[in-house]
Design a protein around this ligand. Structure first.
Ligand SMILES: [Zn+2]
Length: 491
């Protein structure tokens, strides 16, 4: 048994001006044997593929893996380059199947439904006789056409994405059973016509926990081999925008259809709750609430600035300063120039710098701050959080400032798979501080941080500040979304 392995992913915000070029993907790309060596034992879909293949004595043909972050529309050359690599790598490989790690929300200059075209491209090289299965992010916008190209797709069941490797294992186990002829895959896909801003996709609480609960109930049913609900990625103007339910059965198309129709109907009934149901706070009101609440709280109050995708928007920082917040931690603000200037000034120096707001699109513009340098140097460590455990983390040149009681950390690199948001305690604890010593902690994660911060915080206050990805989708003009998709073309 020999399986091909490759990965390509991006979470595309189509409203973001400009394009994301090849260099964003080449930065951390893996090629050939390095795909296996680097991902073995990690909480990634490829890590899960490797785990199952190695434990079952399956030979692997790894080709490439590249992930370009969460940014503007991807340049066509990225698709041509990596899909070309995969076609050349897999052709003539005498493969029994191919396992892919894709995201599901990648949009290129020419393709809205990029993942379908990635698999179609590979099919041009290897034909339709072998199974191709893909593990995808929960935040995917899938077109039904993907199941005409891929034998099956598997989505994470958790946001925070704690089950990335397990999703890879689910795909790899189904692949082996299919390649050995033990099962006859029969699939179905249904789209309820609902878009979910990512901040509401947290699977630890209703309504998302109920949806995943129902997926897992179905998976216990005899004959149902796998099922997933994809929650969509809201900031993409694509024809297939919205949630999707998929199911895999052993040769029973009617059962597969029953599963996805049930899940789709269940999501449709919860469409309002999946769009927040009124739980968001306006920026000024949310910050005021956090300051008030923190006065008699025993644990830190977390402010979630979920709309920031660049980790350099300054709306919340500005508001904290305006309202005189004290003992508030603001980790991981991306600003290489300011971080460098503070590092040059040195620990103990007082600096006067402009920080953040340099991306140029819905970023809040730079804020001038005056503060004392508490720490400066290279921010490198081995991750200890649930999503980064054992992985090297590099914040680049890092500086920590005390700005009138605001603990402000400036970084030069956007860390991690989510573009640099605070997911765990590392950006605070690795620098000698304790999360419990702060009254307020700001994060720009969407849901991932909850695994760590829900238990150690007093309250999580979600503010809908401006930024690239606000929950209020009426800020954007969608042209490609068909009628009947809640809340965009059906409110
Ligand atoms: Zn995701």
């Amino acid at each position: 048994m020999k399986l091909g392995i490759a990965g390509l992913g991006h979470e595309t915000i189509t409203f973001w001006p400009g394009t994301t070029g090849l260099e964003a993907f080449k930065r951390d790309e893996l090629r050939g044997r390095d795909v296996v060596e680097t991902r073995r034992g990690t909480n990634t879909p490829i890590g899960g593929f490797v785990d199952v293949c190695e434990s079952q004595g399956v030979e692997m043909l790894p080709v490439c893996a590249a992930f370009g972050g969460v940014t503007a529309t991807v340049a066509d050359e990225v698709f041509d380059y990596y899909v070309g690599e995969m076609k050349r790598g897999f052709a003539g490989g005498s493969l029994d199947g191919i396992l892919l790690e894709l995201h599901g929300a990648m949009v290129t200059e020419s393709l809205q439904d990029t993942e379908t075209h990635i698999v179609r491209g590979i099919r041009e090289a290897v034909g339709y006789d072998i199974p191709i299965m893909a593990a995808l992010d929960l935040h995917a916008n899938l077109s039904p056409a993907i199941l005409e190209e891929a034998t099956m797709v598997f989505g994470y069941h958790s946001s925070p994405h704690l089950d990335r490797a397990e999703t890879g294992r689910r795909a790899a186990r189904a692949m082996l059973a299919t390649a050995k002829g033990e099962i006859e895959p029969s699939t179905a896909i249904a789209k309820p016509g609902v878009v979910v801003p990512s901040v509401f996709s947290y699977t630890g609480a209703p309504p998302s926990s109920e949806i995943i609960g129902r997926v897992e109930e179905w998976m216990k049913r005899p004959g149902v081999l796998d099922a997933s609900m994809f929650f969509s990625f809201a900031w993409a103007d694509v024809h297939q925008l919205g949630m999707a339910a998929v199911a895999l059965t052993d040769g029973d198309p009617d059962l597969a259809r029953e599963v996805v129709d049930d899940l789709s109907g269940f999501a449709w009934e919860r469409r309002e709750a999946l769009n927040g149901g009124g739980s968001l706070h306006a920026l000024d009101e949310g910050v005021r609430r956090a300051i008030k609440r923190s006065r008699d709280a025993r644990k830190p109050v977390v402010i979630l600035d979920h709309a920031d995708r660049t980790n350099d928007t300054t709306y919340v920082l500005r508001e904290l300063m305006a309202q005189g917040a004290e003992n508030a931690a603001f980790p991981l603000l991306w600003d290489p120039e300011a971080a460098e200037a503070c590092a040059e000034a040195g620990v103990g120096a007082t600096v006067d710098v402009e920080v953040g707001g340099s991306t140029g699109w819905r970023d809040g513009a730079p804020v001038r701050v005056r503060g004392r340098v508490l720490w400066a140097g290279e921010g490198r460590y081995l991750g200890s959080g649930p999503m980064t455990k054992g992985l090297p983390v590099d914040q680049g040149t890092t500086a920590i400032l005390d700005v009138d009681g605001i603990w402000l950390q400036l970084v030069s690199r956007r860390i991690g798979i989510t573009g640099g948001a605070l997911l765990d305690e590392d950006p605070i604890t690795q620098f000698g501080y304790k999360t419990q010593d702060f009254d307020i902690i700001v994060t720009k994660s969407k849901t991932h941080f909850r695994a760590v911060y829900a238990p150690i915080s007093e309250e999580i206050i979600v503010v809908d500040a401006p930024g690239q990805c606000p929950a209020d989708l009426s800020a954007f003009e969608y042209r490609n979304v068909p009628p009947g998709v809640y809340p965009i073309t059906l409110t």
